[in-house]
Design a protein around this ligand. Structure first.
Ligand SMILES: [Zn+2]
Ligand SMILES: [Zn+2]
Length: 310
């Protein structure tokens, strides 16, 4: 004759081991066992081993209902694939190929229709071609320009998208692009074309910096990369420091609104900041637009030449 296995009994209700109860879920079964958490009597079938003792069906179900999947500091689900970064890189590459085919060159794309219609030229924006504020961020001047920007987008974009999630990452990218364009509109020479994704990429750098600070990660590698980039920005002509600065500031501000607020007020902060940034940027663009006025421009081999429309 074998002795039946002994289960732990008692718990908060302090049921004596000798007393036989009826299982809460099986009224026809007697049991000397009880849930270690709530004390309900239960048969072996209704108990699940827990880290301490055994839990009944009700307690297991309650624990499952209360389970929250882990979230990042911005409230995004873990383990999302960085699809947006790859799509943005793809769009830039497609735009580059199209421009290169038009210009019949990979080293100087200024002689292509896409470049002439899409580059950010403040005077053309003020003459009504507002799409340039967006399209300029997807155009590049030559092979080296697109290669450096796409490598940066890959290196900065993938970790940031994993932390922020796709929607927030795309929002940061587009707002930084707009911030960079408005900054160029405000501070660059009105007749000089500006292109490139680097304004938006500086935005990713700004967002990554505040995110790393929030997570208490080591900031020094990022700061070194940023310092090198700023040095290059000011060292070589033809690089738009105006765009870089605008992108960096917008990325850092919107990024901070995504990773600093507590979970309960996160949505309010994110949307409030994003809408506020758009309102400020559009307001600045409208003011500059009125200041520059309407012009009529022609493109030829010497570049762009414009005359006032009135
Ligand atoms: Zn229980
Ligand atoms: Zn039972």
């Amino acid at each position: 004759m074998t002795t039946p296995p002994r289960y732990p009994t008692g718990g908060p209700a302090g049921l004596p081991a000798s007393q036989t109860h009826v299982c809460t879920w099986h009224p026809d079964r007697g049991t000397a066992l009880a849930c270690t958490r709530c004390g309900r009597p239960a048969c072996p079938e209704c108990l699940t081993p827990a880290s301490v003792g055994f839990h009944c069906r009700a307690c297991v179900a309650e624990a499952q209902a209360n389970y929250r999947p882990p979230r990042t500091v911005a409230g995004s689900r873990l383990g999302q694939r960085p699809v947006v970064s790859m799509v943005l890189i793809g769009l830039n590459l497609v735009a580059f190929l199209a421009t290169a085919v038009q210009a019949r060159s990979a080293m100087d794309l200024s002689d292509s229709g896409l470049y002439q219609r899409g580059a950010l030229i403040p005077i053309e924006v003020s003459s009504g071609e507002y799409w340039r504020l967006l399209t300029a961020g997807f155009l590049h001047a030559n092979l080296i320009h697109i290669a450096t920007n796409m490598i940066s987008l890959y290196i900065l974009g993938i970790p940031l998208e994993r932390i922020l999630g796709r929607g927030r990452f795309l929002l940061i990218y587009l707002l930084s692009l707009l911030g960079a364009s408005v900054s160029v509109l405000l501070f660059s020479a009105p007749f000089v074309p500006t292109i490139g994704a680097s304004g938006a990429i500086y935005g990713l750098m700004g967002a990554l910096l505040v995110t790393f600070k929030r997570l208490r990660y080591e900031l020094r590698p990022l700061l070194i990369v940023l310092a090198l980039n700023i040095y290059v920005t000011f060292q070589f002509s033809g690089i738009s420091w105006q765009g870089h600065l605008g992108g960096l500031v917008v990325g850092a501000v919107v990024g901070a609104a995504m990773v600093y607020p507590p979970p309960e007020s996160r949505r309010t902060w994110q949307w409030g900041t994003a809408i506020g940034v758009v309102v400020v940027l559009v307001g600045l663009a409208v003011l500059r637009d009125a200041q520059l006025g309407e012009w009529f421009c022609l493109y030829d081999t010497r570049g762009i030449s414009c005359v006032p429309a009135h």
